[in-house]
Design a binder for this molecule. Structure first.
Ligand code: NAD
Length: 483
């Protein structure tokens, strides 16, 4: 696997430049410097990719699940064998600690591919018998050419989570990674080539959202779109794609509550709350950014949480002792800083952090921010209602279950929620009433790839994960046979 100063598109089995010959600068967040260039693709590249995918579809969709399983498994093996190269590229491109790229992002990428490679071998559909009359069975067929668009926060992890089920179920794919973090998708294209994926089955087109991305959404031959990203982008995609009757899966933003009851296991809770607040610089859609703490333990929690947060090491991503690396871009860091300023205006008190970290030498121009805890805000203020997507959390006391449920559900989002309590009845009661697609009880980010994943309200439409993804990427046809 080789990185390159000039990233290439992967179309029809070949690594090629964009038709326009134009490139966009790719900035490395740890240093703030341009270190490579991304194809500035447009509808002409998308057209080429769709034509290649259409040529590949008849064979790929009928070659049998075992062949697809073998090729996908080979791709997963190649990623695993090149863990160091992939992890290095991911950290250089996104700013996340190398320890995270090596232990979370890249392992999850090959796990995604293996999961769907094997899942398709066992995927079955239903039959419905009408006694003494007829039998119905559901034929699940691939859709055709589908589009997969992913964000920058978990680049290869989310890119492969879409592509793997689409390919496993026999579709041909036009995929676009985020223009902010394109490098591992480029390495992934090389892994596909090496594994013998037939030309045109997967096409990776790089470029800007409103240009290359929108060309995918608008293309009449692309019949389904699996998108993960911001809520506003999802809204725009739905506006274009819904009147074209495309199948849509939209995984969008979040503003997740972390609800801590006084009866919880304090040590486990505080350990995981640090993770759920600041992992990947808080740039995970599932991070718990609103922390509600039952009043009897509020002061104890506050003291311990602030102390441990101040110990977290913000630094360059390649150091093994770094807890928080660089933020993904200057503009994103400025957005997050603007929310810290807003919180002050709204009456919040910054208990720790709130400022950039001054770095030296090579990393002087990188984007580093101290993890920030804010207290004293109203649950309904903008800081507590809008997605910040950075290392910024608010803490608030509460007195009753009803009160905290009201706070938790007061936002427009509904992606995930974490509950900390030893009371099983309460956990079940709350899980039923929380408006979210994922509820964690006494844990956070514990993922079983067989489970459904997605959000409610403005956090999205549809479910990924496990069989839900295979169902999304297939059309169900009922065949009724009378006897
Ligand atoms: P974004 O919406 O700006 O971009 C996501 C992708 O969409 C990128 O590849 C981008 O190029 C593309 N895009 C942008 N405009 C487009 C358009 N008009 N048409 C087609 N494609 C377009 O999101 P981001 O800033 O990259 O990611 C951060 C957001 O993603 C946060 O809101 C976060 O909560 C969300 N997210 C959600 C999940 C989830 O599973 N629900 C997971 C990760 C991130």
């Amino acid at each position: 696997m080789k990185t390159d100063k000039y990233i290439k598109n992967y179309i029809g089995g070949a690594l090629i430049p964009p038709d326009s010959g134009e490139y966009i600068d790719n900035i490395s967040p740890p240093t703030g410097e341009v270190y490579s260039h991304i194809p500035d693709s447009d509808e002409s590249d998308i057209q080429k990719a769709v034509e290649a995918a259409e040529r590949a579809f008849p064979d790929w969709s009928t070659c049998g699940v075992e062949k697809r399983y073998r090729i996908l498994t080979r791709i997963a093996d190649i990623i695993e064998q090149n863990l160091d190269d992939f992890a290095h590229a991911e950290s250089l491109d996104s700013g996340k600690p190398i320890t995270m790229s090596k232990s979370v992002d890249i392992p999850r990428a090959h796990a995604n591919i293996r999961f769907f490679a094997t899942a398709i071998m066992h995927f079955a559909s239903e039959s419905h018998h009408m006694e003494k009359n007829a039998v119905n069975f559901t034929l699940r067929q691939p859709i055709g050419v589908v589009g997969c668009i992913s964000p920058w926060n978990l680049p290869l992890y989310l890119f492969t989570w879409k592509i793997a089920p689409a390919l496993a179920s026999g579709n041909c794919v036009i995929a676009k990674p985020s223009e902010v973090t394109p490098m591992t998708a480029f390495l992934f294209a090389q892994a596909c080539e090496e594994a013998g994926l037939p030309p045109g089955v997967l096409n990776i087109v790089h470029g800007l959202g409103p240009k290359a991305g929108e060309a995918i959404i608008k293309h009449p031959k692309i019949k389904a779109i699996s998108f993960t990203g911001g809520t506003n982008t999802g809204r725009e995609i739905a506006r274009i794609a819904a009147p074209m009757f495309k199948k849509l899966s939209l995984e969008l933003g979040g503003k997740n509550p972390n609800i801590i009851f006084a009866d919880c296991d304090f040590d486990k809770m505080i350990f995981d709350t640090l993770r759920s607040s600041f992992s990947n610089n808080g740039q995970i859609c599932l991070c718990g950014s609103r922390i509600f703490v039952e009043r009897p333990i509020y002061e104890k929690f506050k003291e311990e949480f602030v102390k441990r947060t101040q110990f977290l090491k913000v630094g360059e991503p390649f150091s093994p002792v770094t807890d928080l690396g660089a933020m993904v871009s200057q503009s994103h860091m400025e957005k997050v800083m603007s929310y810290i300023e807003l919180a002050k205006v709204e009456g919040g008190e910054i208990l720790c952090g709130g400022k950039p970290v001054e770095m030296e030498g090579r990393f002087e121009k990188g984007f580093y921010l101290r993890p920030t805890i804010i207290e004293g805000l109203d649950p309904y203020c903008r800081t507590n209602q809008e997605e910040i997507f950075g290392p910024v959390v608010t803490i608030m006391p509460f007195d009753t279950e009803e009160e905290v449920l009201e706070y938790a559900n007061s936002v427009d989002y509904g992606l995930s929620c974490t509950l900390w309590t030893k009371d099983v009845s309460r956990a079940n009661r709350m899980a039923e009433q929380i408006q979210a697609g994922v509820v964690w009880v006494n844990c956070w980010l514990l993922r079983d790839l067989r489970t459904p994943f997605g959000g409610v309200k403005n956090s999205g439409v549809g479910r990924e994960g496990g069989l839900e993804a295979l169902r999304f990427f297939t059309e169900a046809k009922n065949v009724c046979i009378k006897y």
